[in-house]
Design a protein. Structure first.
Lengths: 114, 120
């Protein structure tokens, strides 16, 4: 079963605009990760936020985590055409990081128009 | 440093045929995983391995078998392919975590480029 669910399923914006994607999950977690997948490629890890963190930055990426609402958001600022990709949130299974396993959401397809 | 390499990249099978997908990693990772990705379904875990000689079932293991004879390789087998196994298959690997690292949550996975399989 899916632990994380992304919203929206698809997002289309112009270059230079900000893109915000949301992820909701069902059970308690000790971390949440975001991955990116370019068309026809494998997933690439972007950022990890721990349950005791509320916000984390990496370059143009900003991730927030609200454990009370069981939700996270990924903000990409000043988007570029090269940011066009699918973005997935991923969480460990309930009970902790069992053998490094992760459950992935269905993803948000981001299209950035030049 | 190639990371995670999957072969083949593409394959077309007829129903009932068998094949093996190979995953190789050069990062000395203990943990390895096989996923399938279908439209609207995200990634689903098929099987995983926590070390050489060990395998375990994931979320959707039926119709697949795996082996981890060497630490760097994780093989996914389809004994009798079915059209429902048409999918994109991804292999991933990650570090073994000690208890302290698990608490600090360092379970990042590294993915291969995928194998696109069609079963006719």
């Amino acid at each position: 079963s899916q632990q994380g669910e992304e919203d929206p399923q698809a997002l289309s914006i112009q270059e230079g605009e900000n893109a915000t994607m949301n992820c909701s999950y069902k059970t308690s977690i000790n971390n949440l990760q975001w991955y990116r997948q370019n068309s026809g490629r494998g997933l690439v890890h972007l950022i990890l936020i721990r349950s005791n963190e509320r916000e984390k930055h990496s370059g143009r990426l900003r991730v927030t985590l609200d454990t009370s609402k069981k939700s996270s958001s990924l903000l990409i600022t000043a988007s570029r055409a090269a940011d066009t990709a699918s973005y997935f949130c991923a969480t460990p299974p309930p009970g902790g990081t069992s053998y490094g396993k992760l459950t992935f959401g269905q993803g948000t397809i981001l299209t950035v128009h030049p | 440093n190639a990371g995670v390499t999957q072969t083949p990249k593409f394959r077309v099978l007829k129903t009932g045929q068998s094949m093996t997908l190979l995953c190789a990693q050069d990062m000395n990772h203990e943990y390895m995983y096989w996923y399938r990705q279908d439209p609207g379904m995200g990634l689903r875990l098929i099987h995983y391995s926590v070390g050489e000689g060990t395998t375990a079932k994931g979320e959707v293991p039926d119709g697949y078998n795996v082996s981890r004879l060497k630490k760097q390789n994780f093989l996914l087998g389809l004994e009798s392919a079915a059209p429902s196994q048409t999918s994109v298959y991804f292999c991933a690997s990650s570090y073994q975590l000690g208890q302290a690292a698990r608490r600090l949550a360092k379970n990042i996975q590294y993915f291969g480029a995928g194998t696109r399989l069609s079963v006719l």
